[in-house]
Design a protein around this ligand. Structure first.
Ligand SMILES: [Mg+2]
Length: 341
């Protein structure tokens, strides 16, 4: 399990870092710069590791919020998990230069790299800045950007699949009010939880489609995920298949592209994440989500060692993955790391 938890979070960070240099490039520009097959390995800037972006930063704050909620639940017996994670997202907002009065405690906030701005999503910034907590039942806006789904993988590491779907949706709805913006996040959370349970990706996706169908206004998301399933087993090439699914700027497209790449290359982390970032759209987010899925399936052992060495914050992310696996510890140091205010 430690191998899978680490794989999920490190895999996401690697996909994020692989896609970041080409996030705002069309496929043709990517090929002009990196060659016919596109970007194939981490592009390390002079003197530094391969940079992670807001996708990984926010995923880390999701994990810390969930661990704080666990702490509070253990000590007070009652906790509203989305409120705890919302406060962690406010900490993230503060790292991006927008001051909030939330407590800046815990061990994640002081990490320097998290205070870099790496093209944070406008919807996340503005929704969190508004002072209102979005909910599934009271949408904060009509945004379906992929800023919800890209940050919710840790939910699937901590909760069983049906609960993970619901909570993943609730956490995305804090900032994204359109059903495709939050149901895509529920879908990813469910897939991660289901992979841990059965180690079977096709089964996880099929069951997720069934769960998704129980939710109001699921049709748009369902249609695209079902299309991804069909394309994964067809002879349509990657470029055309991904173009059919979209560009990944919105939640349902980011989830569908990631499912497509993960299913097509389910035995090969490297091939899957390379496929997931070489397209016209939101490469770091589709890379991050694909990396989360295949990392959970194949584990840290399934990821190229050099990529693990090269990705920014690898030690911190591995520590966080191990803490998610531990879930809760009755100790002073744990309370300092994940205060349950
Ligand atoms: Mg990003």
């Amino acid at each position: 399990m430690q191998n899978l938890y680490r794989g999920c979070l490190i895999g996401g960070a690697i996909g994020d870092a692989l896609g970041w240099p080409v996030e705002f490039m069309r496929l043709e520009e990517i090929r002009n710069k990196y060659g016919e097959e596109g970007i194939k390995t981490l592009d390390i800037r002079p003197g530094g590791p391969a940079e992670i972006t807001d996708d990984t930063q926010m995923t880390m704050f999701t994990a810390e919020g969930l661990l704080r909620a666990e702490n509070r639940g253990n000590n007070k017996g009652i906790v509203d998990v989305p409120t705890m994670v919302y406060k962690s997202y406010l900490r993230w907002l503060s790292t991006q230069g927008i001051e909030t009065d939330v407590e800046k405690d815990g061990w994640i906030y002081p990490i320097n790299v998290l205070h870099n701005r790496r093209a944070p999503g406008n919807t996340c910034l503005s929704a969190l800045h508004s002072g209102t907590i979005g909910q599934v039942s009271t949408p904060i806006n009509d945004s379906k950007g992929c800023g919800g789904v890209m940050r919710t993988a840790p939910v699937g590491l901590l909760y069983p699949k049906e609960r993970a779907f619901q909570l993943g949706s609730e956490l995305a709805a804090i900032t994204h009010g359109h059903p495709s913006g939050f149901l895509s996040a529920g879908g990813l959370s469910y897939i991660i939880a289901s992979i841990l349970e059965t180690r079977d990706l096709p089964l996880a996706v099929e069951r997720m489609v069934e769960e998704l169908a129980n939710w109001p206004n699921h049709e748009e998301c369902s249609t695209l995920v079902e299309m991804a399933l069909k394309l994964a087993y067809s002879d349509v090439d990657d470029e055309e298949a991904i173009r059919t699914l979209g560009e990944g700027w919105v939640g349902e497209e980011a989830l569908a592209i990631s499912i497509f790449c993960s299913l097509r290359y389910q035995d090969d982390f490297q091939k899957a994440v390379i496929a997931s970032v070489n397209h016209n759209g939101d490469s770091d987010s589709t890379g991050a989500i694909t990396g989360n899925i295949l990392g959970a399936l194949l584990g840290l052992e399934g990821i190229p060692v050099q990529w693990i060495k090269d990705v920014e914050l690898k030690d911190e992310i591995i520590q966080l993955a191990d803490d998610v696996l531990t879930r809760y510890e009755e100790s002073e140091s744990w309370h300092r790391k994940y205060p349950g205010w």
